[in-house]
Design a protein around this ligand. Structure first.
Ligand code: LLP
Length: 424
């Protein structure tokens, strides 16, 4: 993204021209930024002692086009539902390179995954493991699994995206020896369902390297303990995702060029120390791959100056295309895309059009003089924005376009009012 003569450009396109061409709201991804992030993961998360796997956590943003992009880099994808699986498979992405997560997968989901030979099932609990074993028997097929554990590591992030507190709903605690014992006894007896190793995801939007290293240490120590105790050879460790990004200039972010080599360094030391023969280490970044590449354009309505003294800038989208401010008090940078260098003179809350006071795009934003019809850009909306979009209040999902230098690809069209009737 660049600024030329007061206008914002994405690749070689003026942002406001894209708004005119595709309507607003519109979600625009800078494909080059996605590639840059992927290439940083590939460059900094590698080792000559084991194979590193960068699994794209598709819950951050999923479409057939992103599946192709991930496939071009020969990466893997993680999914969390039958819907995700179906989309990924329909995009032509090989299911053998898919990891299937979820704390409460339905029988239908598990059956689909087993019968369609999904690469790795990440098992959440004992009960699910039994079901998978029944299905492996039914289809007479080998199923590769990882088992999700909760290492009890607190990552400082919003409570809704912390996943590793002792009271979290995900996985089984490493301190719950009775359950782990039951799980391992099932694996020991079963010759179709293999345990490759353990998985942990400690939370999302983590900016410090420390929790990642602490989690790697706990997982590897746990791997050693279980391998010795049950004489069960484990070949993989999956450290999950969670690498935090900068939303505001004042935010910190997880520096991949520093954090990833540090993780590799401590994984290497631990594997050596415990004399483990781990052949595969996985991470699952989502937000850090697509977050910064995404950008949302709205059109301004009026500025309402309330009797109570607060000013609102209305835009033609909001919580239906980005629920993060309402759900996690997330903050975003907002600019008027044809007035990039104008003096900010007014403090406003940028708000959407839903019948909800929580329908906020960004609070307390300083903006220049704005007129109705100006285009309003919100930065860093690429992760968990469109993915969490809804039809609340009859909102239509915006189109998603990918820009790569001077090329444009409409990845998904704008929803129409007719689409809203398709279920009835
Ligand atoms: N792996 C697992 C098992 C996960 O549960 C998640 C995210 C990831 C990987 C990817 O995490 P990331 O690298 O994107 O931080 N909607 C929330 C985020 C929820 C994250 C859920 N799990 C938000 O908008 O902040």
């Amino acid at each position: 993204m660049t600024i030329k003569e007061n206008h914002l450009y994405i690749g070689s396109f003026k942002a406001s021209d894209l708004a005119k061409r595709y309507g607003t709201p519109v979600i625009i991804y800078d494909e080059e930024e996605i590639k840059k992030q992927i290439e940083a993961f590939i460059k900094y998360f590698k080792s000559n002692k084991y194979q590193t796997h960068i699994v794209y956590a598709s819950k951050a943003y999923l479409s057939p086009y992103i599946c192709q992009l991930i496939d071009d880099y020969q990466m893997e994808i993680d999914v969390v539902s039958l819907g995700d699986l179906y989309l990924v498979e329909s995009s032509g992405f090989p299911l053998s390179k898919v990891l299937f997560h979820g704390n409460n997968k339905s029988l239908a989901e598990l059956e689909y995954a087993v019968s369609h030979k999904v690469g790795i099932l990440v098992v959440d609990n004992y009960d699910e493991l039994m079901t998978i074993m029944e299905l492996a028997e039914k289809y007479q097929t080998v199923v590769n699994t990882m088992f999700r554990i909760n290492p009890g590591i607190e990552a400082s992030t919003h409570e809704y995206i912390q996943t590793s507190l002792l009271s979290s709903k995900f996985g089984e605690s490493i301190f719950d020896e009775e359950t782990i014992d039951k799980v391992m006894k099932l694996y020991e007896k079963n010759h179709l369902v293999h345990l490759l190793g353990f998985h942990a995801h400690i939370g999302s939007q983590i900016v410090s390297e420390k929790p990642f290293i602490a989690s790697a240490k706990t997982l590897i120590e746990f791997t050693k303990k279980i391998q010795d105790q049950y004489n069960y050879k484990l070949s993989a460790v999956n450290l999950g995702g969670g690498f935090g990004i900068k939303y505001l200039d004042s935010d910190e972010e997880c520096d991949l060029s520093h954090t990833l080599p540090k993780m590799i360094e401590s994984i290497d030391e631990l594997i050596n120390e415990y004399e483990l023969s781990i052949s595969d280490i996985y991470i699952e970044p989502g937000r850090s791959i697509v977050g910064k590449a995404g950008f949302t354009l709205y059109q301004a309505g009026i500025i309402k100056r309330t009797y109570g003294g607060k000013n609102f800038l209305f835009v033609d989208g909001g919580m239906t295309d980005n629920i993060r401010p309402a759900l996690y008090q997330a903050k975003y940078t907002v600019k008027i895309v044809d007035k990039m260098e104008d003096e900010p003179i007014l403090k406003v809350d940028v708000v959407g059009k839903c019948c909800e006071s929580g329908d906020i795009v960004s609070k307390d934003v300083m903006i220049p003089m704005v007129s109705k019809g100006d285009y309003v850009g919100v930065f860093v909306t690429g992760a968990y924005g469109y993915a969490m979009a809804s039809n609340y209040n009859g909102a239509l999902k915006p189109p998603v376009i990918f820009v790569s230098n001077d090329k444009i690809k409409v990845v998904s069209r704008k929803e129409s009012v007719k689409d809203l009737m398709k279920l009835y």
